[in-house]
Design a protein around this ligand. Sequence first.
Ligand SMILES: Nc1nc2c(ncn2[C@@H]2O[C@H](COP(=O)(O)OP(=O)(O)OP(=O)(O)O)[C@@H](O)[C@H]2O)c(=O)[nH]1
Length: 640
Amino acid sequence: MGSYDEADSGNIVVINDYEDSQPATPPMEQPKVVGAAAAQAPIISSYNDKIRPLLDVIDRLRLLMVMKEGIQLPTIVVVGDQSSGKSSVLESLAGVNLPRSQGICTRVPLIIRLQNHASPRPELYLEYNGKMVPVEEPQIATAINNATDEVAGPGKSISNIPLTLVVRKDGVPDLTMVDLPGITRVPVHGQLDNIYEQIRDIIMQYITPKESIILNVLSATVDFSTCESIRMSQQVDKNGERTLAVITKVDRGPKGLVDKVTADDVNIGLGYVCVRNRIGDESYEEARKEEARLFETNAHLSCIDKSIVGVHVLAQKLVQIQSKAIAKCLPEIVKNISAKLDANVSELEKMPKALTSIADATQAMMRIIQAAKESLKKLLWRGEFDEYPEDNTKHGTARFVEMLNRFSDELHNCEESNLSKDFLTEEIKVLEDVKGIELPNFLPFERISYLHIKFTEKYWDYVDDVVMSVLTRHSKMYHHLKVAAKGAAHNLVQKLREQSINWKLTGYTCNPDYMMEWNKLINQKDHFINQISGTNMRPLPCSVNLQGFGEIQVEHLRQHSNVSILQQAFDLKMRMVAYWKIFKELMGPEGHGIEKMLVESPAVVAKREKLKNSIKVLKESKDSVAKIMDRIVLYDAYLV
Ligand SMILES: Nc1nc2c(ncn2[C@@H]2O[C@H](COP(=O)(O)OP(=O)(O)OP(=O)(O)O)[C@@H](O)[C@H]2O)c(=O)[nH]1
């Protein structure tokens, strides 16, 4: 058993093109062999202390799903045509029973984390759907099948949601690999017609990143150039620089195998390893012995270079490839995590703050209304278009002039326009004087004396469009506010439109509710003033009952000898109270209306949540990586 002799000597010698072409691994980084494990474990290999923490960090980042954040990790991805023997290879490496079959077997990506572990009792876990389920070794195949059913549904359908199998066992190589569903062209009963496309998409997603190492599992019984998995890996790794081929079932197709692997017709840059997996109920020890015997005695197989045969060689090669890939990628990973974290933090900062109180909500609403008002003033009055430099349709003052010019031309062409040479001069002047949006009973629209219906319609349609689009822009984060504000603004524009059309010169006081409330309050003024300063009344009362206020203490007011000041103050107070009442009705009891209006749109909430989540993952990733930064620098230095 040449292979075991090598292991027992304590040195792993891996000779192939890849190793020759790669920078030499420093002597201290050579994987050591755990001699004591030789008798018990299927694979005799261990990781140097210096590499293991790096792999642990990569595994931690994988668990944090940092890949979802666009950070690629060095990953050994196992691909192969259906039943090529992928699971059997992994089983040989891990020394545990994985589901094996002749039909489709692997239906979800299975991340296998092998960790060499000193304790004689193996520890196995399955991690999926946020669960971590301990598993006993004999039940592992059943547990994987059950978990697959839970993730992908029972039957033969496949899914992209991965399962993770952690195997902590004495003597296993420290490796993390992903087993993917086998490529099948013909859907079997119970599979969707697009099963090939589904599997292809999953495989491409895993093998496309340049950080992935492709472990292409090929059966010795087939012509490699016809393998679908070769076609796929060549699409993303044309020269095979990151592809290693494992030839399985050598016992079934030994003839001509040596020529196939020597000719390398399919461009496998990292080389070939030929293996014979466990068959039927064999134990791992029996399988390894049988493999060694086969490569020693079989006429066709014995001439294959010993440096490319056997599961143990495969394990050692993978360990070295993996450690080099990790050391090469880690500095870039660290950089990418920091860059992505910074970008997400600044994007989150740019987002409106989540509103947690009525005060916040009120403030936010005022800010939005103020901003919308300012935008409208710029567009419709001041002629400043910096917020919409490209969109001429919003350039209100310019469009008004156009409208007026057109209208003027039309009028000149109609008989009516000749009735008076000053016709409409007054109206045009008034329009130019209109000063934006102000408090309801100070609007200057009573000065508008005449506007033609057609022109008025066009004018208000235009104003309505601009107001709607400005409000939409400013309130887009808050769906309810957007709807409410647009509704209110639209109604206001409608009212103004009607008033313009009806030529009303009634003195626009805008809000009838406000006026009703104000009248009710102001009608009490004479009575109130009389109660304070009435000359005929003795003794003067200490308090006065006011509708809407109740009993009011008034003695302190008597120090003001100027009745006119009192009247103005009363007037002012009533105005404010009337406004406040209308405002409160709009906003609902205790301001909850504002809160409701400022409920953010689900898309904004989702975006903020996503960013927060990303930041959390990236921060944790950064922390994990920070702990091993010194090792990265050290290891990196060896590789230069
Ligand atoms: N004789 C022999 N049979 C093997 C060898 N490797 C795998 N097999 C058998 O080939 C069949 C398929 O093996 P799997 O490991 O399930 O293949 P797979 O590629 O994982 O299958 P899917 O994931 O379903 O595509 C099983 O019956 C294995 O026992 C080998 O080296 N020699």
